[in-house]
Design a protein around this ligand. Sequence first.
Ligand code: IPD
Ligand code: CA
Ligand code: CA
Length: 246
Amino acid sequence: MNSISANLNIMIKASEKASKILIKDFGEIEKLQVSRKGPKDFVTNSDLKTEKIIIEELKKARPNYSILSEEEGIENNKDKNNTWVIDPIDGTLNYLHGVPHFAISIALKSHDQIIAGLIYDPIKDEMFYAEKNNGAYLNNQRIKVSKRNKIDDCLFVAGSKISFDKDPLIRISGCAALDMAYVAAGRYDGYFQKNLNLWDVAAGIIIVQEAGGILNEINLSSINDVKIIASNNSISNKFIEKLKNF
Ligand code: IPD
Ligand code: CA
Ligand code: CA
């Protein structure tokens, strides 16, 4: 097993604890699909509960770190140079509809760099993580981006808030965090999306980088207007060219 830092260990423990609620609630949500109103309120509540557990766990271990989370927003604490960036459920719409493709995403931003990231898909029990200069992993196995270098051989994934041509090689999954994780693992060859929030992709940024992927310039000081083009390094130039009007 690779060695991991104390901070990553804290992130793993927090995500594992929070995932228990998510898995339990997902079972209920599947049952609520058939009701007329659907599980909307229930899901909002799961989102809040999950985030609360993650924040409690992180704070127990690092009381001074600041926090940026989807539901709570910004919490500036004594240590303003270290910030946990949290999305308790990325892929809420999937979760709401009983589609098992969503994840917990936690990153650690230090000064203006993401230095650790974790994306946990509790349904498939897949935990993707990375730390700066220490490689990227899926359930303790090293991962690397794909080597495909011909557009026609590639499979790309995009976000749901963009319109694009009817290219059969482009998927929309509804979970930005897993889109990034899958690029890192070589499942997809590239991902692009704009109008993202930092918590959607903060963990994915370091995971893709540590898996040897290429990211466009990302301004981490922007919280609500993040644009990403991520891909393997062999297809990067052609992919960026294809997306020149994006
Ligand atoms: C959304 C997902 C989705 C992306 C949206 C995000 P949420 O996050 O990541 O894939 O297309 O832009 O807002 O709302 O499920 O946490
Ligand atoms: Ca979310
Ligand atoms: Ca999100």
